[in-house]
Each structure stands twice: as C-alpha cells, then as structure tokens.
Design a binder for this molecule. Structure first.
Ligand SMILES: [Mg+2]
Length: 452
C-alpha cells in the first residue's frame, strides 16, 4: 500500500489538441496468465490471492466476465457459474516483470507521462501528433507493437484526450481493447451519462457534497466554476480537478511515499486473535524490510483490524524514527494489547476478517540526518537503536541474497531447507510466501520487494 502525498497546486497549462494517451490494460493479471499459458487464451480464467474456495478473485478474464464472474467473485461461486474455469494463483512478481516489458514497448513509440498503477499509465503525445487522425494512428501502432513484440493476450483500452483525467475517462468508455477519442468539443454531451462516482477524484464524500449542492449529473459538474469546485472539495484539489476535467494539463508531482504497509484477508486458520496477531507481525516485518530497502526511517505505525461479521478497530502509535523491526514489533504488540482490551470491554471476542499494518511518518535516512531540531533529536536516539537497524539491514541482505538460487521457494518446498532465511522463531509457524504479496492497485511494486 502506498499513499501519495498531496500535490501542490501549480500553474496550469491550457492544452491544444489530444496531448495525452491513457492506457488501461484489460483484466491485467488474468491476461498475463493467458499470455504465459496460451492454452488459456479465450477461456474463462480467474486469479486468486490464496488457495481457498472462499477467497475472492482479484482478476477475471473477459471470457469469465461473460459468465458473470468478476473481481471479488468467490472461487466456489465461480466454479458454479463455469465449472471448467481456470483458477490461477497470483504471481505478482511476474505481473511486475510484464508491466516493465509493456512500458518499455510503449516508450518505443511515445514518452511516458505517469504510471498510475500496474495496469494503467499515461503517455505524452508531441505537438505534431495531437490531431485525431495522427493520435489514432499512434495508438494503433502501440497496440500492434504490444501484440507483436509482447503478446496478443495483453490487450488495452486506450483513451486520447487533452488532459490525463479526460484521457482516463475516455479509456473507460470501451472495454476490452477500446480506442476512444475525447475532444473538448465533445463535452459535456459525450460523457453526459457518466455516473459522477466513476470519475477519479470524485469519492463518495465529494459526491455527497456535490449532491447537497444540487450537482448530480456530469453536465452539472461540467458547468461548475473553479472556485465552486474548490468550495465543494474543501481544498485546492477541487480546483485542480476542475482544470483536469476541462482539458488543462495539470502538472503532477512525482509520487512520494508517505506510507508503507500490507493488508491481508484472513482465512479460517488465522481468524482467531492469536493467529491474526502472527499474521499482523509478519506483515509488519515485511513492511519494515521494504522501508529499509527504500533507505527510509519510520516514526509511526498504524493497525487496522477488520472484525467478523462486521466492525473495525483502528489504532496508531508515534515513536522516534527507526529502522529497527524489534522497535516496530513492540509498538505493534502494544497496539494489539489495546485492541484486545477494547474487545474484552465490548464482551465476546469476535473473529478477525483481516488485518492492515502500515508504517508512516516516513523520512529518508539522509534527509533525517541532515535536518536540525526535533527530527535530528529523534533519529537514532540511542546507539542501540542504530545498531539494531544495522542488524536488520544485514538480515535483509541475507534473505534477499541474489546468489541464493533457492530463495524463491516456499517454506514447504522439498529444497526449502537449503534456502537462506533469517527470521524470528516466534514467527516460524507462518509462511508469508504462502500468504503471497497482495498488490495495492494504486502502485507498482519493485521486483525486489517480492524477495522479502
Ligand atoms: Mg485495467
């Protein structure tokens, strides 16, 4: 999970013509499975995060969608809808590999503007190719390049428009394999039927405030003034949204990490508090490895526990900047105790449906060291903390040793005892490889992350 820090409002550039090409891969994870196993092309396929009949699919091929099977459909329900469905366990490292190949292929044609997620990215069209005929020709060349140089299973919907936001809305119009042009002269009528909550930037909170202001259709949204948008959103983000919607090229700042975390839906074996706590600790250890991989320190930790059948408990702690997993685990244990106390007060101990753990208040090691004042005083406030940070960096190195050819084996694989792995004895009952890496759709993980 990665949440971007809020962008600053910059000077906006009015755009002439189709400056942006937005590309959204269709049923991406399922398409990669079809790409790697051509016998699956044209067949209903789902991708699952766990080997369980009760887990929900995280992707469904278009052939599966034709049978009413979508993301979120449980494996057992999918089997009922289409008994012969191919059920593929997720291979996130492979999806990242193919993502990189795809981006490299597209960049042979046009420059990258911004990657939004593993299956969505925006590209820039040069001034000379911003008219519809040439922009469409470029888009067709990209589709052909992907089909011929990567593989025909990887189809994408492309939107061409003056701004990134409009190009994304255009790409949404036709799936799979779409190619849609949206010019300013087409607006607002061409999007008149679009539900407001389908628009990126209009969450349920904003939609409710828009409705309170009498704005419930795309046309009404279009007719807002920038200042009104700012008032509805309650921040400069509203004005920024308005400019994007009206075809201005809104400059986007590079994404900065402000949180690193992981989340798991718990299966039956892990839903009691003791087991769930072990999963939460494993997620935290994984997040801490990534933190050190990015050469960052964290000064905060949050825990969110989803309860069954319903409800949620959340808590957060703030502490001195650290890279030490022992320090983070102690904070997590304190949070867990607070959660248990709260549940005891409420009565019966419920079952736990999922846990989310994330590190926040992130600071880069060098920044932190160079800064004066509070931050400086907080960092490595004990030699012991610094030494433990160093110890954990060494452990990361051993666990991610690229020369270890057994490194990617699950703990139950026959040759797994040969794998170099340093972990905590208290965690040895749990195989994170079995739990698998769960991708947040808002970011593209690095391949190195899958080694932890
Ligand atoms: Mg997609």
């Amino acid at each position: 999970m990665l949440v971007s820090s809020k962008p600053k409002l910059d000077a906006y550039q009015p755009v002439d013509g189709l400056a942006c090409l937005f590309l959204d891969f269709n049923s991406y994870f399922a398409s990669v499975e079809q790409h790697d196993r051509p016998e699956l092309i044209g067949r209903p396929v789902i991708v699952t995060p766990l080997q369980s009949e009760h887990t929900g699919a995280i992707a469904a091929s278009y052939e599966a969608k034709a049978y009413g099977i979508t993301r979120g459909t449980k494996v057992c329900d999918a089997r009922e809808l289409y008994p012969d469905i191919a059920i593929m366990p997720a291979r996130h490292d492979r999806y990242v590999q193919i993502h990189k190949l795809l981006m490299a292929e597209i960049e042979r044609h046009i420059p990258l503007k911004k990657i939004y997620s593993i299956d969505e990215a925006a590209f820039r069209l040069s001034r000379s190719e911003r008219n519809p005929a040439l922009a469409i020709e470029t888009a067709r060349r990209i589709k052909k390049g992907i089909a011929e140089n990567i593989g025909p299973a990887l189809r994408a919907s492309i939107g061409l428009a003056p701004s990134g936001l409009l190009a994304k809305l255009a790409a949404e119009r036709v799936k799979p394999d779409g190619l849609t042009v949206l010019e300013l002269k087409d607006l607002p009528h061409k999007l008149a039927d679009m539900p407001l909550t389908d628009i990126p930037g209009v969450g349920s909170g904003v939609a409710a405030r828009l409705a309170a202001a009498g704005i419930t259709t795309f046309t009404a949204l279009w007719n807002l003034q920038p200042k009104q948008a700012r008032a509805v959103w309650g921040s400069v983000m509203g004005e920024r949204f308005w400019y994007g919607l009206h075809g201005y090229d809104v400059h986007e700042e590079p994404t900065k990490k402000s949180m690193i975390g992981h989340s798991r839906v718990l299966t039956r074996g892990h839903e009691m508090p003791d087991q769930a706590r072990i999963v939460a600790r494993a997620l935290l250890l994984k997040a801490a490895s990534r933190l050190r991989h990015y050469k960052m320190h964290a000064g905060g930790l949050s825990l969110s526990v989803r309860l069954r059948p319903e409800g949620r408990w959340e808590g957060a702690r703030r502490f001195s900047y650290s890279q030490d997993s022992f320090c983070f685990l102690k904070e997590l244990d304190d949070l867990w105790e607070a959660f248990l106390c709260n549940r005891r007060r409420e009565g019966a101990m419920p079952r736990i449906g999922g846990v989310t753990v994330y590190l926040h208040r992130l600071a880069e090691a060098d920044d932190v060291k160079m800064q004066q004042g509070d931050l400086f005083a907080e960092v490595g406030n004990s030699v012991e903390d610094q030494n433990r940070g160093r110890l954990w960096r060494l452990i990361d190195q051993i666990n991610a040793d690229p020369k270890d050819k057994f490194r990617k084996l699950g703990r139950n694989a026959p040759l797994a005892p040969y794998r170099k792995h340093v972990g905590l004895a208290s965690q040895s009952g749990l195989d994170l490889n079995y739990l698998g890496a769960k991708i947040a759709f808002s970011r593209v993980p690095e391949e190195a992350e899958f080694l932890y």
